[in-house]
Every structure is written in structure tokens, then in C-alpha cells.
Write a protein that binds this ligand. Structure first.
Ligand SMILES: C[S@@+](CC[C@H](N)C(=O)[O-])C[C@H]1O[C@@H](n2cnc3c(N)ncnc32)[C@H](O)[C@@H]1O
Length: 407
């Protein structure tokens, strides 16, 4: 992977000619391995390395940064102050990419949704501005996976970021004011994309979803969470009704797992506030729930939660990266209109819709366990065992609590 050799190009080091790299290394006194590290990660050297590099290449730090595309606040301020002359200098530069031919075909329609086959960028270009209430994106992570669409999942870092910026910009355009964008990705990519999205939409949350996503890596912390970035268009969300969660209890004896001490009577009977760390989203491994081979299918529970939180019945949900169609299924079951797109074959999504009643049961199972501190089964098991429930505390105390707007 790595970047497209911006660092080497800035130093006039030829990637093809190995001699040119070793010569630069000798002249600067910086080992080849370290120069390669700077190049791979497009990292601007600091300290003594920077001094050596600048004098060897006869460059200023500003020019090096400009050539690497790593602008700091001073360079940005200078560009902002001289915007007109910068634009005149780069005359002919036209960032407006011509609209691509819409080459998406309608593959499948339901009562509420439409699924297209093709490139989501092309579909996005054909969509009306300010028309979508909620967008969820789960793009390929550039991890060199093989997808049925045969797309290249191992491109240069700057290309991946550039591609992501293109479709994100379109997503921001088609989102309604007050609409929400949820971006699912590895922390590494969401970190790289965050400041770009900040320039288009309003940041709400970085949600850490605890799902172990790979084997432990030597000399690194065990990657244990996915990043779900939550943005809205404008200042206020049109919809925000997060589910409340049940209190964690021991699955065997139904006893408390946490000591709530003297606060038990203050617990909201409707459940615990949803936080920005989600521990209860299962990986889709069980054959019964998994719709296709490979590890890309997300849990219906995740999409149920997002759609519930940030949209209302009848709203329009869009997911540019269909995969096995989890978003479309959740949207359909929850009475939202939806638009979907998948570059590769869509049979798996169509088949999935033929088993919609099974999916409805799964979703109803999730919904039966939210918005109650103790869902029905837990409550009756706790009562049998003489453990406290919300009914243990008097009605008066609870209504006092609601009067204080703690709901
Ligand atoms: C990570 S998977 C999505 C999985 C999905 N969230 C689910 O739960 O099943 C990403 C999908 O995006 C598709 N894809 C990649 N590039 C695309 C593009 N430019 N337009 C539309 N779909 C694309 C891939 O073929 C792949 O199926």
C-alpha cells in the first residue's frame, strides 16, 4: 500500500532507480530504511532528519510540505490570505469533475426501496441535492480483500483517501439539512477522513463499536473496535431518538454485574442511556444469520440501532455500498424508504429479501430487549429470585424522577 511516493518525488529520488535512493541516503546520512519509512507513510521528517534532508535536497520546509501535500496551519493561512493569487497561479485547475454517465441499472424493487447495480459515485451524481434523511456507509477497507465485484482493494493510501473524499462529498450534497451520515470504517481510515468531513458536516460522535476485527498483532495493541463516525448536516439533527439499553445482568443468575449502590431507585425504568461505546453488537458469524461467505456482513442489530436513532418512518435511507444488503433489510423492516447500490452481483441481496420474515424475527428479537431496564424475561427471573426490579421502588419516587426531567 503506502502513498504515491510524494516524499521521494519532492527529493528527486527516482523510485525505479535504486541507486538514486542509496546515493541520497549517503549524502544525507539517513539510512535507506528510514527514507523508505518517510515515503511509505508520507511522513514529514522532524528534528535532525529534517535539517539533513532539507540541506541535502536544497529545499525549504514549506516547499517540502507543499510537495508532500502536508500543509500545516502557517501554510494554510498563507494560502487563505493569498487565495486569489494562488488560484491565478494554478490557472486551468478545475476541481469540478464532469458528471459521469449514470451507468447504474435498477436490479430490484420492493415496496419501499430500490437497489441499483453499479458504481455508487455515478448513482450519487444522479441523485437530487438535499433529498436523503440518513446515509450509512461501509466501504471496502483497502485490506486487499477479494470482493465478488473484483474491485481493487489494495490501492495507494492517497488514492483511497481521494476516492473516499469524492463519494463523501456527494453524500454531503444529497443529505437533507438535519440529515445524518454514519461512516463505518477502521479507525485508521476514519482518522484520515475526519478533518475532510468536518469541513462539510457537523461532527456528533466517534462511536467505538467493540468487535474484535483481526488477530492480535505483535508489538501493537489488539485491534478491538471499529469506528463509526456520526455527522449531521447543519446544526440540528432532524431525528434523534437513541434506544435505551437494558442493564447488564449475569446470564446465569440474573444478578447485578455492577454495584449501583444507593442509585438503584434512580435508574430509569426505560433503560440506560446509549453511550458512544457499543459493546453489544455481535459479529455476524453464525451460519443462520450470515448471508454470504467472507466477513463483510454487518449485524442487523447495528443498522437497527442507527436507523432507529437517526430517522423516522417514511424517511429515505441510502447506503452506497450494498454488500449483503443489511442496511436495506433493516430499512425495509423498519418502514423507511431506501436506495441501495452495489458494484458486484446483487443476487445475495435479492435472496435475502425472499427470506424477509426470518429477518423480521431477528429484528423483533433485538427490539424486544431495548428501552426497558429489565426486559420481560430478565424482570420475571429477577422477581423469582427476590432481586430488585423497577417495581421495587415506589411509584412516587419514579414520578419524582421524571418530573426532574431525568428521562
Ligand atoms: C464492506 S462491504 C459492505 C457490507 C454491507 N455493509 C453488509 O452488511 O453486507 C462493501 C461493498 O461495497 C461494494 N463496493 C465497492 N466499491 C463500490 C462502489 N464504487 N460502488 C458500489 N459498491 C461498491 C463491494 O463490492 C462490497 O460488496
Amino acid at each position: 500500500m503506502g502513498y504515491s511516493d510524494h516524499f521521494f518525488k519532492a527529493l528527486n529520488i527516482s523510485v525505479e532507480d535504486r541507486k538514486s535512493l542509496s546515493e541520497f541516503s549517503k549524502r544525507s546520512g539517513i539510512p535507506v530504511k528510514k527514507l523508505k519509512y518517510y515515503n511509505e507513510g508520507n511522513v514529514v521528517p522532524t528534528g535532525k532528519d529534517l535539517e539533513k534532508i532539507l540541506s541535502t535536497a536544497n529545499l525549504s520546509e514549506v516547499l517540502l510540505r507543499l510537495k508532500m501535500g502536508r500543509l500545516d496551519k502557517d501554510i494554510l493561512a498563507a494560502i487563505q490570505e493569498n487565495a486569489e493569487s494562488v488560484l491565478a497561479e494554478i490557472d486551468g485547475f478545475n476541481p469540478v469533475v464532469d458528471s459521469p454517465e449514470v451507468d447504474c441499472t435498477l436490479e430490484f424493487e420492493t415496496r419501499l426501496g430500490k437497489l441499483y447495480r453499479g458504481d455508487c459515485y455515478s448513482l450519487l451524481k444522479s441523485m437530487e441535492s438535499d433529498s436523503v434523511d440518513l446515509i450509512f456507509s461501509d466501504p471496502p477497507f483497502n485490506l486487499d480483500k477479494i470482493y465478488p465485484s473484483d474491485m481493487d482493494d489494495n490501492i495507494k493510501v492517497d488514492k483511497y483517501i481521494g476516492w473516499s473524499q469524492e463519494w463523501i462529498k456527494e453524500c454531503a450534497r444529497v443529505l437533507k439539512p438535519g440529515g445524518a451520515l454514519f461512516m463505518w470504517n477502521l479507525p485508521k481510515w476514519n482518522v484520515a477522513l475526519g478533518s475532510f468531513v468536518d469541513g462539510l458536516l457537523t461532527f456528533r460522535n466517534w462511536i467505538g463499536v467493540d468487535i474484535k476485527y483481526s488477530l492480535p498483532i505483535r508489538n501493537r495493541l489488539y485491534p478491538s473496535h471499529y469506528s463509526l463516525m456520526y455527522y449531521i448536516k447543519g446544526e440540528k439533527p432532524n431525528s434523534f431518538h437513541p434506544d435505551r439499553l437494558a442493564m447488564d445482568v449475569c446470564p446465569k443468575c440474573y444478578g447485578d454485574l455492577k454495584d449501583y449502590g444507593g442509585y438503584k431507585d434512580k435508574m430509569n425504568p426505560l433503560g440506560i442511556n446509549l453511550s458512544d461505546v457499543w459493546y453489544d453488537i455481535p459479529p455476524v458469524r453464525h451460519a443462520k444469520y450470515k448471508r454470504r461467505k467472507g466477513s463483510n456482513e454487518l449485524s442487523l442489530k447495528l443498522l437497527d440501532r442507527i436507523i432507529e436513532m437517526a430517522s423516522d418512518e417514511g424517511d429515505l435511507v441510502f447506503d452506497p455500498f450494498g454488500g449483503s444488503g443489511t442496511t436495506y433489510m433493516a430499512a425495509e423492516l423498519k418502514g423507511r424508504r431506501w436506495v441501495g447500490c452495489e458494484l458486484g452481483p446483487t443476487d445475495i441481496i435479492k435472496e435475502r429479501f425472499s427470506l424477509i420474515e426470518e429477518e423480521r424475527d431477528i429484528l423483533n428479537g433485538y427490539r424486544g430487549r431495548v428501552n426497558a431496564l429489565f426486559p420481560e424475561k430478565t424482570r420475571s427471573e429477577r422477581e423469582k429470585r427476590g432481586l430488585w426490579t423497577c417495581e421495587t421502588f415506589s411509584k412516587n419516587e419514579q414520578s419524582e424522577l421524571f418530573d426532574k426531567n431525568l428521562k
